[in-house]
Design a protein around this ligand. Sequence first.
Ligand code: NAI
Length: 251
Amino acid sequence: NKTIVITGVSSGIGADVAKFARMQGARVIGMDRNPASLSLDGFVQLDLGDPQAIETALQQLPTKIDALCNIAGVPGTAEADLVGRVNYLGLRHLTQSLLPRFNQGASIVNVASILGAEWPKRIEEHKALAQTNSFQTGSDWLAKHPVEQETCYQYFKEALIVWTSQQAFSWLRDYGVRMNCVAPGPVMTPILGDFVSMLGEERVQADADRMLRPAYSDEVADVITFLCSDQARWICGANIPIDGGLASTYI
Ligand code: NAI
C-alpha cells in the first residue's frame, strides 16, 4: 500500500484527498497547523511557515513515501511575508527535505491556483527565486526583492508553478519522482471568503461562472488523487488547470 503525506489535511481540498487516499487503501500521514478531525494513520501539527518546525516534523514522517500533496496555503489577506513562507518557502523546504525518502515512481502534487496564471509576466524573477534553493537563501532573496501585499498570493502561486516546471526534470532523473501542479479556479472551501475580500465578489463570481458554479473540494481532490496514481506516470512538470478554461483567457 502507498504511503501519502498531505499538508493542509484539516480542511477543504486536503481533507478530501486524505479521504480518497484512505478509501484506496493508502496509509495517510497528515500535516496542518490546525488539528484534523478525520481519521488518519498519522498526524503532525505544525506551522509550515516555520523551517524549524518542519525540521522537527521530519523526524515524525515516514522514511519511505509514495506521494506528497502540498495543499496547505494561506490567502493574500494574510501578510505577504507569511504568504511567502507558507505557500512557497515552507512547501519547498518540506519537499526538498523529503526527496531521499521517495520510492521510485513517487508523485509530488503542488496546489497552485488560477491566480498564478500570469507567471510569464515575471518569469525572470521567478526563475531567480527558484534558484535560491533553501528557505534561508529564499528569505534573503525576498528581503532584497520585496513582494507587494496586494499581489503576494498571485506572486507565490506563480513562483510555485515556475519552480515546479524548473525542478521536475532533474528530480525525475535523480530521484524517480514526478512533480506537478494543479491550478484550481474558485473552490467552495473556507478560504474562498478570503478571495472575495482580496478580489471582490464580482471577480470571484465571474471566475466561477466559467463552470457555472464554483468547484466542490472533492472535484479538485479527484484530480490530485489521479496525479498521485500510477495512471498519471507520464505527467510530469505540468500545471493542470481546473478552472473552466479561465487560464487560457490570460494569454
Ligand atoms: P482551506 O482553507 O479549506 O484549507 C487550507 C488548509 O491549509 C487549512 O487546513 C489550514 O489550516 C492549512 N494551513 C494554512 N496555513 C498553514 C500553515 N502555516 N501550516 C500548516 N497548515 C496550514 O482551503 P482549500 O481551498 O482547501 O485550500 C487548499 C489549497 O488550495 C491552498 O493552497 C489554496 O491556496 C489553494 N486554492 C484554493 C482555491 C479555492 O478557491 N478554495 C482556489 C485555488 C487554489
